[in-house]
Ligand binder design. Structure first.
Ligand code: ASP
Length: 572
């Protein structure tokens, strides 16, 4: 019989009522003649009491045999617990079920661990069915489900339409490798699994679906890291006639709804230029929780310095960058930080303690009077100035700043969202080739036909929360001429871009409205919400770092027959 009552709602109101409830045995406590089990199911936990007195032999034998993780159905009357056994930690903690009858529906044997045990992730993934029974995993999966529901309600109210887009499609350039699927009926040809529905959602704008959204599976074959998975869900949206602010408002409206649902403390989003973010935080994903001053370029102070380390950098045209914390670090803490900076591969970290007007640092004896004076004037308060010099000084200073905040708890509680806008349209990749910072469909700011491409900005906006990018989007190009020009700048000739994108160009030429959109990683969002180390904690059946499913052992070889049908020969 299915569970009709939500277990967590069983409280004093139920006293005297007879109910039937099924679930797993969470714990068993045998008090000799009276056996207590905590019965656990998807909607909560309930203490059940097996009082053997007056029951038949079978009842006694069976109830004594019950073990954790067995599956049982119990029927009985809800009664109040005696005051000394009330458990305020669970919603059902004031009551218990006195078992009248019960059935053992299934037994569990040879379990390698129990659901809430702390065991290796490998074991957890291999026996995911046990792991998913844990409180934490149940909470995470329920949160994902809840957010999907909130998302659908939210977009529905705003008049958005959810349109499913193909899984078997043509490759879209989101920057990762494609997963490809052989096409049996067109030997030698392949579908790609979508990295995102980017082009389809743009086509939907040309199709007159003015407001589109979809909770959609995306696939990217890239090296997995803590927050990446080869397949994940995206909350994807696109709006016709939209300007940047329209999209940002709609996206924020949803984030706010989710934050409110989970009753977390959050700030309204700040907006920061990409370039300013790099200058102030050394990253385009700043964590605004950090209670340490932003970075400051202090190269000017050292332009005539005699301090060798800085002199060398300044003469090479590299910056000297500092930041400040009003924490009074001890000498050993500072030594530790210098050590950590080295371990992180940084060129060096200098600290200067500011006490009143005087500065203390291993470097002060090498600095000139006016340098010391200028340094002591940058920050009014007493505390510690940290200095990094070199070609990557901003980036490196950003890293140590973050590390220091982590090691010393210099962070606010709650969620600090931030929009990063005005990112460059293009950048050079490691081979010196021009690539898109976002994707090739992002609208440029500036004159794409006459300006140096690397000086163009874009109408993109990324949403960063607590130092993690949870999503990004842009106003798109809706003129085929500009789109073609972007393809050319990216190194494609007419033949190449027509082969790949003629359907998009045709759609843009068909009377396509101006449009823009956004997408955010659903699992990443939940991971941030619960401060989880990895999005694997939010995905029921995730892949490992080397892209394997330990539960099913996928990927695995296929039969010769299957390969033959697909006209595929494997050559390893
Ligand atoms: N398609 C983009 C992505 O998946 C997001 C967007 O521009 O809407 O990253």
């Amino acid at each position: 019989m299915i569970n009709r009552i939500f277990t967590d709602t069983i409280d004093r109101k139920f006293v005297g009522k007879e109910i039937t409830i099924s679930g797993w045995v969470d714990t068993v406590r045998d008090h000799g003649g009276v056996i207590f089990i905590d019965l656990r199911n998807m909607t909560g936990k309930l203490q059940c009491v097996f009082d053997v007195a007056g029951k038949d032999k079978e009842f006694k034998k069976l109830s004594e045999s019950i073990r954790p993780e067995w599956v049982v159905e119990v029927k009985g009357v809800i009664r109040e617990r005696p005051p000394e056994s009330v458990n305020p930690k669970i919603p059902t903690g004031e009551v218990e079920l006195l078992v009248g009858e019960f059935k053992i529906l299934n037994r569990a044997k040879n379990l390698p661990f129990y659901p809430d045990d702390s065991v290796s992730e490998e074991l957890r993934l291999k026996y995911r069915f046990l792991d998913l029974r844990s409180q934490k995993m149940r909470r995470n999966l329920l949160a994902v489900s809840r957010i999907m529901k909130i998302t659908r309600d939210y977009f529905d109210e705003l008049g958005f339409v959810e349109v499913p887009t193909p899984m078997l499609t043509k490759s879209t350039p989101e920057g990762a490798r494609d997963y490809i699927v052989p096409a049996r009926l067109k030997p030698g040809c392949f579908f790609a699994l979508p990295q995102s529905p980017q082009l389809f959602k743009q086509i939907l704008m040309a199709s007159g679906i003015e407001k589109y959204y979809q909770i959609v599976r995306c696939f990217r074959d890239e090296d997995t890291r803590g927050d990446r998975q080869p397949e994940f869900n995206q909350i994807d949206l696109e709006m016709a006639f939209a300007e940047k602010e329209d999209v940002m408002d709609v996206v924020w409206g949803l984030v706010e709804k989710v934050f409110n649902e989970f009753a977390v403390k959050f700030e309204r989003p700040a907006i920061l230029d990409f370039e300013d973010a790099i200058k102030m935080y050394g990253t385009d994903k700043p964590d605004l929780r950090i209670k340490i001053s932003p970075l400051k370029d202090i190269s000017e102070i050292f332009k005539n310095t005699g301090f060798e380390i800085f002199k060398k950098q300044i003469t090479q045209g590299n910056p000297v960058v500092c930041f400040f914390s009003n924490k009074n670090f001890s000498r050993s803490e500072l030594d530790e930080l210098v050590k950590v900076a080295k371990e992180e591969g940084l060129s060096g970290l200098l600290w200067i303690k500011k006490e009143g007007d005087s500065l203390k640092s291993p470097a002060t004896k090498f600095l000139r009077e006016e340098e010391i004076k200028a340094l002591s004037k940058i920050y009014e308060a007493e505390g510690t100035i940290f200095v990094v010099a070199g070609k990557s000084a901003f980036f490196e200073a950003g890293l140590v700043r973050e590390k220091i905040s982590q090691m010393h708890g210099l962070r606010e509680e709650g969620f600090y969202p931030l929009w990063i806008v005005n990112a460059p349209l293009f950048e050079l990749d490691k081979d010196g080739k021009i690539t898109s910072v976002h994707h090739p469909f992002t609208a440029p700011v500036g004159d794409i036909f006459n300006q140096d491409p690397l000086t163009l900005k874009s109408l993109a906006y990324d949403l960063v929360i607590n130092g993690v990018e949870i999503g990004g989007g842009s106003i798109r190009i809706h003129s085929s001429d500009i789109q073609k020009k972007v393809f050319e700048i990216l190194g494609m000739d007419e033949k190449q871009y027509s082969e790949k994108f003629s359907f998009l160009l045709r759609a843009l030429e068909s009377g396509c409205p101006p449009h823009g959109g956004f997408a955010f990683g659903l699992e990443r969002f939940v991971a941030i919400l619960f401060n989880l180390p990895s999005i694997r904690e939010v995905i029921a059946f995730p892949k490992t770092q080397n892209v394997q499913c330990l539960l099913t052992d996928a990927p695995s070889p296929v039969s010769e027959k299957q390969l033959k049908e697909l006209s595929i020969k494997v050559d390893i």
